[in-house]
Every structure is written in C-alpha cells, then in structure tokens.
Write a protein that binds this ligand. Sequence first.
Ligand code: ADP
Length: 209
Amino acid sequence: MSIERPERYRSFILTGAPGCGKGTQGAILGEIPRFYHFAMGDAFRSLDTRTEIGQEFVKYSSAGQLVPDEVTIRLFLSQLDGRATTHDFKPDIDALVLDGVPRNRKQAELLSEHLDVLHIFHLSCPDRDELITRLRKRALKSGRLDDASEEVIHHRIRTYEAETKELFDYYPDTIRTVINADQPPVKVLHDILNVVVNEQEWQHLTLPV
Ligand code: ADP
C-alpha cells in the first residue's frame, strides 16, 4: 500500500532558552501516539563528526553559535524524509513536535512550504540564574561540551533572545502561547496539553485502524 505524504507537515513548535526544558517536554510529548518528537540539537549530535557537516556542528556549537540556516534546514528535511521513508515518522497521521527548529526568522521562511504550524509554545523562564543552574547540572550528566563553559552558556542565551523575537514576529500571535517553564515539569506538560487538546485541527485527525 502506498501512503500519500501531506504537502506540509503538521507541527507544534517548542521554543525556549537553553535549559528551559524543551527537550524534556518534547520527549514526553513524543511518547504520545500520533506525536513525533524531532530535536534539532539531537539530530546534530548524532552526526559523524568526521563529516563536513559534523565538523561544522562542532565548530559552531562549541562556540555557542547556531549552525548556518541553510545547512540546518537541509539536515532537518533530509532527516525527516529518511524517517518517513522508514515509517518511523508517519507524516499522514503524526504531528511533529519540533524542539529547537525553526529557531529564527530565516529558518521559518525556509520551512514555510514544508510546515503547517498548528501552534507555538514559548517555554518562558525569565530567571536566567535558574537556567544556568540547570545547564550546569546537565553538563555533569550528559557531558555536553556546550553546557560546560559559562561563557558559551551566556552566548547561547543571548543568541536565543535575539533570534526568538524575530521568529515570533514571523507567525501570527494567535497561534502562540506562553508557558511558564519555571513550574514543575508535570505542570508545564499540563499547560501544553491543555492547548493541544483544544486545537481544532487536531480533533478530526484519523487514528490508524
Ligand atoms: P540548547 O537549546 O540547549 O542550546 P540544542 O540541543 O537545541 O541545545 O542545540 C545545541 C546546538 O545545536 C546549538 O547551540 C546549535 O549550535 C545547534 N543547533 C540546534 N538547533 C539549531 C537550529 N535550529 N539552527 C542552528 N543551529 C542549531
């Protein structure tokens, strides 16, 4: 049986500063049937560092910088295409939970013909000291190079602040909800799900037989 792919992937976007809990929420949501979690940072980290793109990722991420937009979007689309080909991601019935992509206006523009954005969740954690504490803890657990240096952490937070404003301006305000990410993870999840279950587009999605 051949399954038709939709023209644009239905997507929920998670945005938030490094350490705000995007990855935690994305992973939980991705466990729910008909949701597919895609984390751009994980896609980059899974690259073979001997390749050109793997080298580029190491260069930019270790300085706390974003990888250039075209390279990022090319990787994003080819990864999704591969995962759809192996039926891990089922674009006809799954909604994407995008964690860390698109991250700025340019990426949103490059993805406009590929994504049908249902909603954007802004995981807000205005307490920057709290973010830094979380990232330091993560550095101990995950051994991520970009979490280990205070200077790199500060740079990532500044980059995030500059890029996000433009990203928000690109999409209509009506599809964006601010979520208080200073709450315990279960409450953050509750607030996100509260919006998702009321999403009109979502109601008539067919379940597989
Ligand atoms: P965090 O949000 O905690 O900084 P991520 O795992 O999302 O961590 O990203 C790690 C690194 O991967 C970023 O600092 C950047 O170098 C690269 N990266 C991830 N997503 C993108 C993106 N959308 N565009 C460009 N670079 C990205």
